[in-house]
Design a protein around this ligand. Structure first.
Ligand code: NAD
Length: 354
């Protein structure tokens, strides 16, 4: 067996339908009594459920979490947390709300309990992306990792079908890149393959029937596994491209991951034959070609396939290719500007990956 290093991230996970009811016990476990509850403006009802379960013994509710964790929102939430004497954070929502929780927690040292309601996976990582003056920067610090995560499938039942599909593909993207990460190890590979396998079946089932609790539960399990991989090993071309495209052209996060993933994999495929073989085994319809398997999955999900559908202009393709190679990073295949331009063009046009 090849040598490897493994770093587990120490967080506690409570998984199961109705497990939001264990919130009081989980806060007891953390030794805290006065949490600040976070949500987006669209999920105030979820924040309200948390307040009800805690019999309103909370520092307060802050419901202005926003995409890309703007620091001015964090500053406002911090001031509120201090004024209310909060001793902990409970974030309920997707990556945007969890990002705000991380931003407060890393600045104050307050313990952070997450209740995720999408499949994006931020809850399992020590990574925080923040935006100030229109620029997004990302940092990694063990202090950013949330202390406790409660996965309650019932909270995901309201996630619209389109968002379920793209958020689930965002999770699959973490696992695909974990398979060929420079610091991949047998444990992350196990989790990545299981996560992809489970999601590749559950997501089409959810699109078919959004109320299918069993499929939603499987998807949440898969998303947890994929997110754990994201938190443990380094990412490469796919995540860097999505970061570039999202940040430079204001493209939506999960949808961009969904469009780009087959193309990024097709680019790397000739240099990672073992990964392609393993991936093809867990993606139905692959016929030995994992990029084809992803094309098939996206067709089943009925998602938008072209970045042009999200407002990216054709003359942004060259700009994107320039940015993609301007900041070199590790990738299994070296970065070739012209070949990457073609990858981006295909993603822009909404073509199948090949
Ligand atoms: P999001 O948190 O922005 O949520 C999108 C919208 O869906 C919001 O209005 C939200 O309130 C709503 N929503 C969430 N769950 C819902 C539910 N169950 N029912 C109905 N509506 C619901 O989207 P996201 O894709 O979860 O997160 C994207 C953000 O997370 C990006 O900023 C991304 O950079 C970040 N992210 C960070 C990491 C990390 O490790 N740091 C990992 C993944 C994503």
């Amino acid at each position: 067996m090849d040598a490897f290093e493994y770093n587990g991230n120490p967080s506690r996970v409570v998984f199961g339908a109705g497990k939001i009811q264990s919130l009081p016990a989980e806060l007891d476990r953390l030794g805290v009594t006065n949490p600040l509850v976070l949500s987006t403006p669209e999920q105030t009802h979820h924040a309200q459920s948390v307040a009800d379960i805690l019999q309103h013994k909370i520092a307060g509710t802050f419901s202005k979490a926003a995409m890309h964790t703007p620091t001015h929102v964090t500053d406002e939430a911090l001031a509120y947390a201090r004024a209310q004497g909060a001793d902990s954070i409970v974030s309920i929502g997707g990556g945007s709300t969890i990002g705000l929780g991380k931003a407060i927690s890393v600045r104050t040292g307050l313990p952070h309990l997450c209740i995720p309601t999408t499949y994006a996976g931020s809850e399992m990582t020590p990574i925080l992306g923040e935006t100030a003056d229109g620029r997004k920067t990302t940092r990694t610090d063990p202090k950013i990792l949330p202390a406790t995560v409660i996965y309650d499938v019932e909270l995901t039942m309201s996630l619209p079908v389109g968002m379920s599909a793209t958020s689930g593909m965002n999770a699959i993207a973490h696992a695909v890149e974990a398979l060929y990460a420079r610091n991949a190890n047998p444990i992350t590979t196990l989790m990545a393959l299981e996560g992809i396998k489970v999601l590749a079946t559950a997501l089409p089932d959810i699109v078919h029937d959004p109320h299918a609790l069993a499929a939603r539960s499987q998807a949440q399990y898969g998303a947890w596994l994929c997110a754990t991989c994201l938190g443990m090993v380094g990412m490469a071309l796919h995540h860097k491209l999505c970061h570039t495209l999202g940040g430079s052209f204001n493209l939506p996060h999960a949808e961009t991951h969904t469009v780009v993933l087959p193309h990024a994999l097709a680019y790397n495929a000739p240099h990672i034959p073992d990964v392609v073989r393993k991936l093809a085994e867990v993606l139905p319809g692959s016929e030995g070609d994992a990029a084809r398997g992803l094309n098939v999955l996206l067709a089943k999900l009925g998602v938008k396939r072209g970045l042009k559908e999200f407002g990216m202009r054709e003359d942004d393709i060259d700009k994107a290719a320039d940015i993609a190679v301007s900041n070199p990073y590790w990738n299994p295949r070296s970065l070739d500007r012209d070949l990457l331009r073609e990858v981006i063009r295909r993603a822009w046009a909404g073509e199948d990956a090949r």
